[in-house]
Design a protein around this ligand. Structure first.
Ligand code: SAH
Length: 364
């Protein structure tokens, strides 16, 4: 038997062509797209506006969903983490972060990750595989359905961040495909302007993204103000060192819309990259390149066996003040979902939360 076609990653025109190959009229493709993307249905049997024999046919040759939800964890702060499995048994994680004005969904672009950032738990999985456009769209659908229920209308706009497991710019084609599917006004209707992609610094792909129309916003993970330190924290720096990375950012800057800024993320590791001197070095580095940007300081989210501790709140504040005194817009990212291993750098397909870890410890 041929492998079933995954329908969640297909655009509306592609779905129309697909049903036409089955001898069906174009409007069946539009119905199918609306069912999967707008109503967010995940089985053909629920799509009752399609004739029964067509549904039976689809069941044989196609899949309306492939990810299986293995577990769901809910944080004391309302953040939810979903651990899912692909059809070939690999972990995919998604985090839903409720916020006052607008909720955010943090999705994964790969199962595991090939980069070996020393402060990130996902690195310990290694790369299992890049995921498909359909698997990206499905993550969003699953999180939305759990938050709001399967239905027609989303209560309010949703922001997406490609900051889960994996390096999105090593899976750029699937990512852009998923974003195009999700932007369709007759589907999820989440436009690229609502999406931020975070990269460890894959320079050629940053340049590709700069040439892409309807591109998402970009965030760059820096973690260090010098090559010497960045080489030890983020090995990708040996391939694309800071100067090359910031030159690419400068090219990207030319594509920024009015009011848009590039984001530089900086994980704050106690005693490693959080000194006053390092704050000045970072400010000088960014000012020397003069890129319209802001800095997002992320207190390290600790997790065994990572060898780091988060910088103290006072240190983070001091670092922020130094950057601001040198004219750099600086924000501090509030950690969300640390207790359920849902925070930045904590996604490693863990089948547990801090509270049940504690109880395991108590029983042993
Ligand atoms: N691979 C991409 C996207 C995933 S990580 C990237 O590197 O940008 C999203 C953000 O979380 C990155 O800025 C990363 O530096 C940060 N991060 C990783 N591990 C972390 C940890 N343990 N604590 C806090 N932030 C972390």
């Amino acid at each position: 038997m041929e492998t079933p076609v995954e329908l969640t990653g297909l655009s509306q025109p592609e779905l129309i062509s697909f049903v036409e190959t089955l001898g069906e009229p174009a409007y069946r493709g539009r119905q199918l797209f609306a069912a999967l993307q707008h109503r967010r249905l995940r089985s053909f049997d629920e799509i009752s506006d399609l004739p029964k024999d067509l549904r039976a046919r689809l069941n044989e040759i196609a899949r309306p969903a492939t990810l299986k939800i293995e577990s769901k964890y809910e944080s004391a702060d309302g953040t939810r983490r979903y651990l899912m499995k692909t059809h070939d048994g690999l972990p995919v994680e998604t985090v839903f972060i409720p916020e006052e004005r607008r909720d955010t969904i943090c999705f994964s672009s790969q199962s595991g990750c090939p980069l070996q950032c020393t402060f990130c738990l996902t690195a310990q999985l290694g790369l299992l595989r890049s995921i498909t456009a359909g698997e990206i769209v499905e993550q969003i659908v699953i999180a939305l359905n759990d938050a709001y229920g399967t239905g027609v209308k989303l209560p309010r706009g949703t922001n997406l961040v490609a900051m889960g497991a994996g390096e999105p710019l090593l899976n750029l084609d699937s990512l852009l495909k998923a974003l195009r599917v999700m932007a369709d006004p007759q589907g999820l209707h989440i436009v690229a302007n609502r999406v931020t992609v975070s990269t460890a610094g894959v320079v050629p792909r940053i340049l590709d993204l700069a040439r892409t129309t309807d591109r998402p916003h970009l965030a760059i993970s820096l973690a260090a103000p010098t090559d010497e330190l960045r080489n030890t924290l983020m090995p990708i720096n040996k391939k694309w060192p800071l100067e090359e990375l910031l030159d690419a950012c400068k090219v990207f800057e030319k594509t920024l819309k009015p009011g848009e800024r590039l984001t530089f993320e900086y994980v704050m590791l106690d005693g490693v990259n959080d000194s006053d001197e390092q704050a000045r070095q970072l400010a000088n580095l960014l000012n020397r390149h003069g890129i319209r940007s802001k800095v997002n300081l992320i207190p390290h989210n600790p997790a065994d066996p990572l060898p780091y501790q988060p910088s103290s709140a006072e240190t983070v504040e001091r670092f922020k003040n130094i950057l601001e005194s040198k004219g750099i817009h600086t924000y501090v990212r509030r950690p969300r979902g640390r207790d359920i291993f849902a925070a930045c750098g904590q996604l490693a397909a863990r089948q547990n939360t801090l509270s049940n870890l504690t109880s395991i410890g108590a029983n042993n």
